[in-house]
Design a protein around this ligand. Structure first.
Ligand SMILES: [Zn+2]
Length: 440
């Protein structure tokens, strides 16, 4: 589909969400009613699949565990009728990614999940454990094995209803979301390629773990490193034409200028997190540790700073980089500074397309009787793989997964009420996207 076709599709959906459907009184069409019933009938199986996948440890660096979760889901996709592929992660030092595909006739939708969790093989938090009727504890249950199972069950229900024929689906479940393999050009290739193919990207992360919100925008996050040098000399000669100002005064100038020129601008934040300076410095990047040796009577020769930047749009990030490079280039006498800004998560910008998709999702939620869905404050939306996809599609939305609390801690607990509801919502949304296509 091209831009204009996608625009028409969305317009048709927003103006008349279910004109060609027979209403059954709740705002759902007959077909949607069937899809929801299928999901409800399948629910006990979905719970079992979730339990099984949570009980397989898949900490990012447990390559065998990540692959085992991938193989469990691979079988499910194949049973539904998708073709699958395991992409080995050796070139980026991770386990790999699971891809699944269904070639129907309709809009191209990318569904995003991840197989890995933050819980290593030796972590004491390993098992699925129901707390009561509504809540279940488990490592990675909301982040994001619940979302993965939602993807599978939604596709199963859409297949049973005949809707899948009117959609083109690619699923990418990465094995390194919690700790990206390097180089990023290798580890993110699968998701970027699928996004270039897709019109629409749907992420099934837990967002800010509020069922009333979804993610239309999220800040990008990259790291930077500043190296500063000065002329070592006796401190009695500092400020002279021969010695100049030294590395520490130069670094102080740079950091202060970063703050005065950039702090409080838009959604941009940046933070120097580590600094060491003196006669000699030493940085261990792996442990993020720095040491320095210096004396009060010697002008500082060497200094390093490490920090991060977060920005909401690529433009905001690019502007910040320009300002920072400019500040770094205007060195005090006999000092030198170099700034390296690394790669990381690109921003997921709040585009009109993303808001239109949110509107459709909210309408689906309302017709199911679950109320409206609103946009998450981008500051509360953590990094996720959809950021690598968002700039390549017309519309992107994340936070469609299983909600709960305590993600990335031993207190991770899922609210299973959201498991059922978010399956229903995603299935109805995707059904409507397929129906709108049929109409044109
Ligand atoms: Zn996640």
């Amino acid at each position: 589909m091209n831009k204009i076709q996608i625009g028409l599709l969305i317009l048709a959906l927003i103006l008349a969400p279910y004109t060609n459907a027979v209403s059954v009184g709740t705002g759902q069409s007959l077909e949607e009613h069937k899809i929801v019933k299928h999901l409800n009938d399948q629910y006990p199986e979905a719970m079992r699949l979730l339990e099984k996948s949570v009980n397989i440890n898949s900490g990012t660096m447990n390559f065998a565990g990540v692959k085992a979760v991938g193989m469990l889901y691979k079988k499910q996709f194949e049973d539904i009728g998708l073709t699958t592929q395991w992409v080995d992660g050796a070139t980026f030092n991770r386990s790999g990614h699971l891809l699944a595909e269904y070639a129907g006739n309709g809009p191209k939708i990318l569904m995003i999940g991840h197989l890995d969790t933050v819980f290593a093989q030796d972590d004491e938090f390993q098992k699925f454990r129901p707390i009561d009727e509504r809540y279940v504890a488990g490592p990675g249950i909301t982040d994001m094995k619940g979302g993965n199972v939602i993807i599978i069950e939604v596709l199963r229900a859409l297949k049973a209803a005949g809707t899948l024929e009117n959609l083109n689906i690619k699923v990418v479940m990465t094995g390194d979301e919690e700790s990206s393999g390097r180089p990023l050009s290798q580890s993110k290739a699968a998701i970027i390629d699928a996004a270039k193919w897709a019109d629409i990207a749907l992420g099934f992360e837990d967002g800010d773990s509020n069922i009333k919100t979804a993610v239309v925008a999220r800040r990008g996050s990259v790291n930077w490193k500043l190296d500063v040098s000065g002329r070592a000399a006796h401190s009695s000669q500092i400020f002279s034409d021969e010695v100049g100002y030294g590395a520490i005064f130069e670094a102080a100038r740079i950091l202060n200028e970063f703050r005065t020129q950039l702090a409080g601008k838009g959604e941009l934040t940046f933070n120097p997190g580590l600094i060491a300076g003196g006669t000699e410095t030493n940085l261990q990047a792996k442990t993020s540790t720095a040491t320095a040796f210096g004396k009060n009577n010697i002008v500082a020769k060497d200094l390093i700073v490490q920090g991060g930047i977060r920005a909401l749009t690529q433009e905001e990030l690019d502007n910040a980089k320009t300002v920072m490079y400019n500040i770094v280039s205007q060195n005090l006498l006999h000092t030198n500074a170099t700034l390296q800004i690394g790669d990381g998560y690109p921003p997921m910008a709040p585009t009109p397309g993303n808001y239109q998709l949110l509107e459709l999702y909210s309408q689906a939620s309302m017709s199911l009787g679950y109320g409206t869905v609103e946009a998450v404050n981008p500051r509360n939306a953590g990094a996720a793989d959809i950021s690598f996809a968002a700039s390549h599609v017309e519309m992107a939305l994340d936070g469609l997964g299983l909600m709960g609390s305590g993600g990335h801690t031993k207190d991770e607990v899922a609210d299973m009420d959201s498991f059922r509801k978010n399956m229903h919502k995603a299935a109805v949304l995707m059904h409507r996207l397929s129906v709108a296509h049929e109409d044109h």
